[in-house]
Every structure is written in structure tokens, then in C-alpha cells.
Design a protein around this ligand. Structure first.
Ligand code: SAH
Ligand code: SF4
Length: 398
């Protein structure tokens, strides 16, 4: 595997040439059901399918190959057929930006679906830290919800991502940072021990409300967590939701990942303004769903995200109300300094105010790391993600 070295200066977007002609449909990112159907379509006999799917699955998700030619235990005949009908394309890179702190953000272009006038765009972010590497992936192009402090919320929903497009973000990130077997040291072909992996965690905290694209996100997380493939444990996958209450128990039963809740306020009056889905599913219902979330325990706590907005939700009284509200729920509190974006009226709380808030929460026994803003210089931090898909549409109308 070749790792393309990126010599772009920190912060500057690195533009990639964009393919003009839509390629063959990709099978990269598909689950076993999708791969089975793809093999059926090209006439692979039913009695062989299982074995062939296992081979493909391993090449795609253990080795990370991006050509059919590399699949050396697949017969030449079948490789040729695969090549003639399918590709192993990942989402197309429009730009890649590397922050001064090592965070990488990709603007990715997805293939157009039949009815779409333009190819939609999404963003994916990789955040390296001392003890882990987290990949923040998108589940929708834009978002139907309009949280007032979120940049993505200003972008109208363009569409849900297909399951393979969600997995495709993981494949692409592994390609780009050299996180497949044999990538380091180059070309020795070894399997990469899990301990050496760069991407250790996945958070569904990019663009979109993942529970509004439930089936595709669930299918993608099955592929991501499959021990015979990408092998990212469900305990290292966190789905963040603004509070789609009816889907929370179903997600717990069917996907069983870690859960994060975008709380941001401790009373319904304020949360209605910040996170408008609260009008439909108020705080009491949301917290009940958290109490009932399967397998929640002190070892498997729910993360409550709380964005620090100056003069809005950041007083010591708010901190005390937060502690009271969460009592009895195994919880971690994640204080997120507000990340500004062009056109917002909100400001980030002063550092002293954040520290006072954190102290009250810590004294009440909650681990409450303040999330260090990462990749601010490339607008890769929480809530700053917003692709240009809508702008393009607007310009088309004029
Ligand atoms: N839609 C999902 C997941 C994506 S947003 C959700 O809302 O949970 C990931 C996190 O970033 C959420 O907690 C969200 O509230 C927060 N966020 C959004 N805009 C932000 C901003 N400008 N600054 C800081 N955090 C923000
Ligand atoms: Fe959508 Fe989450 Fe942004 Fe709210 S915070 S608008 S749910 S992406």
C-alpha cells in the first residue's frame, strides 16, 4: 500500500483532482449482504458465494486493499468479472486539510444518486491524541434539525448517507493516514496489531443526526465492529444524538454502542431554543431513555455533551442544576468550548467561567474533561462542519 504523502502546509486546503465521469458502482464499505448481492449479480454460483464473500470481506476490511488485482486468492476469472462491474472506490477527496495540531479534515464528495443535480459533500475528521486516535464521521449530508449554535444545522438536509458511504469514510481515513497492514514499515505486508492502530475510536459526531438514518448507520457500525474485519469494538464507538428519544432504546438493543447525548441545557425553556427537537422530546423523557439504555453502568457511562455558551448556559447555577439533573445516571460530562463559525451570534464562555463550571461538576463526582478544541484553524472542531452542497444549490437557482 502506498501512502500518499501530504506536503500541504498546515491549515491550507489540499485540492485533489475531481473525476468527471462517474465510475462503476463501488463495493467498498458493503456488508456481507451487499457483497452477496453483488456477487449474485455477476453470476457467482450460490454454493460459492459464502466463501467468496469471506475472501472479499477480509481483503476489504483486514488488508484494506483498493484494487481487485491485490486479491491474490480470488480466481483470475472472478477478479476480471469484478473489475468489469464494480470499483473499490472510496468517497472522493475534494480537499484534505491538516491542522497545526495534527487534526486532519477531509471534504469528501459522494457519487450522485439518480435524482441529484450535484454530488453531495460531507466532512470527516481524524483527531490524533496521545492514547487514541478518533475518527469523527458523518451520517447525513447536512441535518434536518436546527440547533441554534451548530453550523451544520444551517445546512439543509441533502440526503442520508448509504451504509457503505459511512464505512467508506473509515476506509478512506485509514488509506490516508497509513493505517492498514504493511503501511508501516512500508510494504512488509504484516497484519497491523490492534495496539498499533492509529484509528482506535469512532464517534458519530460529524454532520447529521445519526438516529435519523438509523438503518444505514446500524449496518455501517456492524461492519466497523466486525471482529473479522475492521474490528473496532462497540465500546469504542460512540453515537451522539440530539435526543431522538424513541430511537434510543432501539439503538441500544440493535447496535449497543456507547451513547452521547447533546444536552446543552438543564431546563426545557432553554433547551427548546438551543436544541429544538427538545420541544418534541423534552428533557425528562430524554433522561428516562438514558436510565433505561441497555448495559449502562459505571464502566459504560453515558456521555453528556454540554457546549459552553457565554451568558447563555454557563453560570455556576447552571452547573449545579446539571449535577442535580444527572444524579443517578452513570454519566460523564463533556464540556465543549463553543466553536464559533461565520455568522453566529453566540460566543464561547470565558476560560475562567468554564473552569468554575468544571470544578462544580468535578466536585460532584463527575469526570468532566473539557474537550480541547481540535483543528480550529481548519474549521474541523465540533459543530463547525458544513459542506458547500447547499451553497452550490443556491447558486444553481440564481
Ligand atoms: N447531530 C448529533 C451529532 C453531531 S454534532 C448531535 O447533535 O449530537 C456533535 C456535537 O457537537 C454535538 O454535541 C453538538 O451539539 C456539538 N456542537 C454543535 N455545534 C457546535 C459548536 N459550534 N461548538 C461546539 N460544539 C458544537
Ligand atoms: Fe444537527 Fe447535531 Fe448540529 Fe443539532 S447539533 S443541528 S442535531 S448536527
Amino acid at each position: 500500500m502506498t501512502l500518499v504523502l501530504d506536503n500541504t502546509p498546515p491549515g491550507a486546503p489540499h485540492a485533489f483532482p475531481v473525476a468527471a465521469v462517474p465510475a462503476l458502482p463501488t463495493i467498498a464499505g458493503m456488508d456481507r449482504v451487499g457483497l452477496t448481492a453483488a456477487l449474485d449479480r455477476i453470476g457467482v454460483p450460490a454454493k460459492q458465494t459464502r466463501m467468496r464473500v469471506n475472501q472479499l470481506y477480509s481483503w476489504l476490511y483486514v488488508r484494506g486493499v483498493s484494487t481487485f488485482a491485490a486479491m491474490t486468492d480470488v480466481s483470475k476469472d472472478l477478479r476480471a468479472k469484478l473489475e468489469a462491474n464494480y470499483s473499490l472506490d472510496r468517497p472522493e477527496i475534494v480537499t484534505e486539510q491538516v491542522s497545526t495540531d495534527g487534526t486532519r479534515k477531509w471534504l469528501l464528495r459522494l457519487p450522485r444518486l439518480g435524482h441529484e443535480a450535484r454530488a453531495p459533500e460531507i466532512e470527516t475528521v481524524y483527531i490524533p491524541e496521545m492514547d487514541r486516535g478518533t475518527l469523527c464521521i458523518s451520517s447525513q449530508v447536512g441535518c434536518t434539525l436546527n440547533c441554534s449554535f451548530c453550523h451544520t444545522g444551517t445546512q439543509r438536509l441533502v440526503r442520508n448517507l448509504e451504509a457503505h458511504e459511512i464505512v467508506g469514510q473509515i476506509l478512506l481515513a485509514r488509506d490516508r493516514i497509513g493505517d492498514w497492514p504493511g503501511a508501516s514499515p512500508p510494504g512488509d505486508g504484516r497484519l497491523l496489531p490492534i495496539a498499533d492502530r492509529k484509528i482506535t475510536n469512532i464517534v458519530l459526531m460529524g454532520m447529521g443526526e445519526p438516529l435519523y438514518n438509523f438503518d444505514n448507520v446500524r449496518c455501517a457500525m456492524e461492519v466497523a465492529s466486525d471482529g473479522e474485519g475492521l474490528s473496532i469494538s462497540r465500546r469504542r464507538i460512540t453515537l451522539s444524538t440530539s435526543g431522538v428519544v424513541p430511537e434510543i432504546p432501539r439503538w441500544g438493543d440493535e447496535a449497543g454502542t456507547m451513547l452521547a447525548i447533546s444536552l446543552h441545557a438543564t431546563n426545557d425553556e432553554l433547551r427548546d431554543k438551543l436544541v429544538p427537537i427538545n420541544k418534541k422530546y423534552p428533557i425528562a423523557q430524554l433522561l428516562q431513555a438514558c436510565r433505561d439504555y441497555p448495559a449502562v453502568s459505571n464502566a459504560r457511562r453515558i456521555t453528556f455533551e454540554y457546549v459552553m455558551l457565554k451568558g447563555v448556559n454557563d453560570s455556576p447555577a447552571d452547573a449545579r442544576a446539571l449535577v442535580k439533573l444527572l444524579s443517578g445516571i452513570p454519566a460523564k460530562i463533556n464540556l465543549i468550548p463553543f466553536n464559533p463559525w461565520p455568522g453566529t451570534d453566540y460566543e464561547c464562555s470565558d476560560w475562567g467561567q468554564i473552569e468554575r463550571f468544571a470544578e462544580i461538576v468535578n466536585n460532584a463526582g463527575y469526570a468532566s474533561p473539557v474537550r480541547t478544541p481540535r483543528g480550529r484553524d481548519i474549521l474541523a472542531a465540533c459543530g463547525q462542519l458544513r459542506s458547500e452542497s447547499v451553497k452550490l444549490k443556491a447558486s444553481e437557482r440564481t
